[in-house]
Ligand binder design. Structure first.
Ligand code: NAD
Length: 363
């Protein structure tokens, strides 16, 4: 849910008129009456809500039908998934809609409060660790009981970005022995500070903006060997490895899965962008040789209450940049955060990779 009652209250206090779609918050356990109490109006007709908005806050990008309904000059803010949403982007361009893509917010200190990729990755990493524990046939902590001593489970996290670090912290809290690996050497310090072991490889694939770069063929071979050995000794493997704009790297082959213990679980957080495990099927659970491979979609929705709260606060911070204290929308988008996240404006696609993609396809 893009807006929670607490944020509605702030917006109303700042002078916005807020309208919320009927039951839009129900799935995240924010019923309509909380929105009414916060000062919002409830709109039962989806089309009327979209058509009447000057600023539309959303989680998923508008569909082509919604883009066609938006009033000319309206502003849309949310995840836009540009590479997979080109038809709606064309419609927004042609209708002179202004669209801001939250995934394009630069990862600078000033924009941390607007960083929805991070807030949702935090939620996803937490859920992945819980999902792994719930499907593992072992206790995670070491137990000394009258019925004997139980050894702690081993959890391996591949990719120690925002989601991976949260998965590490959660698995540690559950008492597991945690190992983690990332191509960015800088991640090692953060992994160790959470009490987990960092698997070292003589590779540093730190690319621009703190993201990983793609590995060379020789580096991939070395990585495969080390990762395979760690995967084989793990009870739960959580994979989060991603390279922005590209297919996720395969870190676990089918052959490696065959070396895993029966009862082991893989949670592939990269399932929707190609998968870090060769056997992953997005949105499905695959069983192979006694190993369960879960390819979850939309993990943050399992903690929808808090994921929505964080997302709504990200949007609220973004709005404070966009709308001045007097309620007027800033006339230029020269601010670094606004200009970087501006996807469509004034009949043009402002994000070069997206405009190139669209220019390469249909006009
Ligand atoms: P992401 O979702 O793009 O990728 C997840 C992780 O996978 C990354 O840590 C990446 O290095 C790793 N990875 C990629 N290929 C791999 C491979 N072959 N093997 C193992 N690991 C691999 O990353 P993210 O979580 O969005 O974070 C990316 C970076 O941005 C991190 O350095 C993070 O600390 C930084 N960041 C900065 C800010 C800020 O300063 N405001 C906010 C959030 C994140």
């Amino acid at each position: 849910m893009a807006c929670v009652p607490e944020v509605v209250q702030k917006l109303v206090k700042a002078g916005f008129e807020v309208r919320v779609e009927h039951d839009a918050g129900a799935g995240a356990h924010y019923p309509d009456d909380l929105y009414i109490a916060a000062g919002a109006g409830i709109e039962p007709a989806h089309d009327r809500l979209v058509a009447g908005a000057q600023i539309l806050l959303c989680v998923q990008p508008p569909t082509t039908a919604e883009a066609a309904l938006l009033s000319r000059g309206a502003i849309v803010i949310g995840f836009m998934n540009p590479a997979n949403n080109t038809d709606a982007i064309r419609v927004m361009r042609d209708r002179k809609i202004t669209a801001f893509a939250l995934e394009l917010v630069p990862r600078i200190s000033r924009a941390q409060s607007m960083d929805a990729l991070s807030s949702q990755a935090t939620a996803g990493g937490y859920v992945a660790a819980i999902l792994g524990a719930a499907n593992c046939p072992k206790f995670l902590p070491m137990l000394t009981t009258a019925a004997g001593t139980i050894r702690p489970a081993t959890v391996l996290i591949l990719g120690a970005g925002v989601a991976g670090l949260m998965a590490i912290a959660t698995a540690k809290r559950l008492g597991a022995v945690v190992e983690a690996y990332d191509v960015r050497r800088a991640a090692g310090e953060q992994v160790r500070s959470l009490g987990a072991k960092f698997l070292e490889l003589e590779i540093n694939a730190e690319g621009s903006g703190g993201y990983a770069r793609e590995l060379t063929a020789e580096e991939k071979e070395k990585e495969q060997q080390m990762v395979s050995a760690a995967v084989a000794r793990a009870d739960i493997v959580i994979t989060t490895a991603a390279i922005p704009g590209r297919k996720a790297p395969v870190l676990i082959t089918g052959q490696t899965v065959a070396t895993m213990r029966p009862g082991a679980v893989i949670i592939d957080m990269a399932a929707e962008s190609g998968g870090n495990c060769q056997l992953t099927k997005p949105g499905e659970t695959v069983h192979d040789n006694g190993v369960m491979i879960i390819g979850p979609k939309n993990l943050p929705s399992h903690v929808a209450f808090h994921a929505s709260q964080m997302y709504a606060k990200n949007l609220h911070s973004f709005l404070t940049l966009l709308v001045g204290k007097d309620g007027s929308i800033v006339s230029d988008f020269t601010d670094e955060v606004l200009s970087a996240s501006l996807l469509v404006h004034g009949g043009e696609i402002r994000h070069k990779p997206t405009s190139d993609l669209i220019a390469g396809g249909k006009p």
